[in-house]
Design a protein around this ligand. Structure first.
Ligand SMILES: C[S@@+](CC[C@H](N)C(=O)[O-])C[C@H]1O[C@@H](n2cnc3c(N)ncnc32)[C@H](O)[C@@H]1O
Length: 162
């Protein structure tokens, strides 16, 4: 999986979160329409599609560069080393099951009238406790530091809760 400096590098919190998802029965995602909030480099959305065969996973992130890297990671995982598409046991590929979009929380799904059956996300890492923060316009040209700071809310939440 590819990462770049302006996006979040998967770490312990990410892996613990995915282990938590793994504890649910397979029926939790099978054939479901799922959204992942704050998908970062896309690895969790891709892993959900690979393991549980949902009908669709929408990986959503407010960081435009995270979405570009997620699409790259999706293509890297959808084809084998000979460039051939990898089909699952329902004759679909990861490209049939996963899409990534820039979105503030669920705004992409709301604007496109997508009905979701499951929403996953490690909420302390995604919800900024500072309500003014998102009034800043997030552009493709934002600095690497600013874009990366969008995934750093855990420390802020600890400060606010003291
Ligand atoms: C800690 S990272 C987790 C990334 C990924 N899920 C993982 O575990 O590797 C949190 C992600 O939430 C995104 N994010 C922050 N605020 C968001 C918002 N309001 N809407 C959507 N995504 C947001 C950040 O850009 C960042 O990629």
């Amino acid at each position: 999986m590819m990462v770049i400096p302006s996006i979040f590098m998967p770490e312990d919190w990410s892996f613990t979160f995915f282990e938590g998802l793994n504890r649910h029965p397979d029926s939790i995602f099978k054939d479901k329409t799922v959204a992942e909030l704050g998908c970062g480099n896309g690895w969790i959305s891709i892993a959900i599609a690979d393991k549980w065969l949902p009908s669709k996973v929408y990986g959503l992130d407010i960081n435009p560069r995270a979405i570009k890297i997620s699409w790259i990671n999706l293509y890297l995982n959808a084809f084998d080393e000979n460039g051939q598409p990898v089909y699952d046991n329902e004759n679909k590929t990861l490209l049939d099951r996963v899409e990534f979009y820039e979105s503030d929380l669920l705004s992409y799904c709301r604007d496109n009238h997508i009905e979701l059956e499951r929403i996953v996300g490690c909420i302390p890492q995604i919800l900024n406790p500072n309500p003014d923060a998102m009034s800043k316009l997030i552009t493709e040209n934002a600095s690497e530091e600013f874009l990366h700071s969008l995934s750093n809310y855990c420390a802020l939440q600890k400060q606010n809760s003291v």
